[in-house]
Each structure stands twice: as C-alpha cells, then as structure tokens.
Design a protein. Structure first.
Length: 146
C-alpha cells in the first residue's frame, strides 16, 4: 500500500482522537469558524467508524436543509422506515428516540445553524444525552458553541 499523504495521516489521527472522545461521551461537538475542516473531519470519523455501530446516519449540511427532511433521513437511516410524502415525520419522533436508545447508533450532524431551527431534533439530542444507558453517539459540528 502506498504511503498516505501527510495531511491524510494527520486527518486520521484527529479522527481517532475524536473517536476516543466518543467512547467516553455521548455527544461530541466540533466548534470553529467556517472553512477549518470540521465537515471533512466529521466525514472521516463517520467513514472510519460507522461500521462499529448497528445503525448510522450522516446528516449533511443541516442548516441549509428543511428540518423535516433531516428528520425523515434520520428515521430512515436509524429505524429503516421510509415515509410517504404525505406522512408527518413528527408522529415518528418517539420511534427515532427509541432507535437511538435501544440500538448502538452513530449520528453525525454536520453544519448545524441556529439552535431554533433544529426544533425537535435538538430535543432528541438533549433527551439522548440524559439517558445513561444509551450506547449511541452523536457528533455535531457547528460554528457557534451555543
């Protein structure tokens, strides 16, 4: 196997460090200004470690997406449930929560915008972090620590 470029080795080292944090904590946040590589690092963590989980979901560029579409993707990825266009995803939030509690899942929430835009997704994350028996992990990257 040819040697990896230097930046690829550094990226893998950082991804391993984040994975170590995820083994100790339920939720880890990557916070920093735009353009410093948070998304690249989140993708690397996801690709290296998602196979260690029963289910996984990479929610890319959340701040630019309709929050209902984000919740539908989460429901499909974690609970294997695909909704029809007319179905209301909010009726299935309890199922998403149950999947996060009962299974070992990895959720990466990329480029979170304003907290108020997250709505129920924020509630799911908060409830997840208060469940001490939960084996699931959440990696969030954002520009603002709040």
């Amino acid at each position: 196997m040819p040697p990896l470029p230097h930046y690829e080795v550094m990226l893998e080292d950082k991804a391993n460090a984040i994975n170590s944090l995820l083994q100790k904590e339920s939720i880890v946040a990557l916070v920093g200004m735009g353009g410093i590589g948070k998304t690249i690092l989140s993708k690397k963590v996801y690709h290296l470690f998602h196979n260690q989980y029963e289910k996984s979901s990479f929610l890319e560029d959340v701040k630019l997406k309709n929050i209902n579409d984000v919740k539908k993707k989460l429901l499909q990825d974690l609970c294997d449930r695909k909704l029809h266009k007319h179905e209301n995803v909010d009726e299935y939030l309890g199922e998403i929560k149950q999947c996060m509690i009962s299974k070992k899942v990895l959720v990466v929430v990329d480029d979170v915008g304003k907290t108020k835009d997250l709505g129920d997704l924020q509630l799911l994350i908060e409830k997840h972090t208060t469940n001490v028996n939960c084996r699931s992990k959440i990696l969030v990257n954002c520009r603002n620590r709040h």
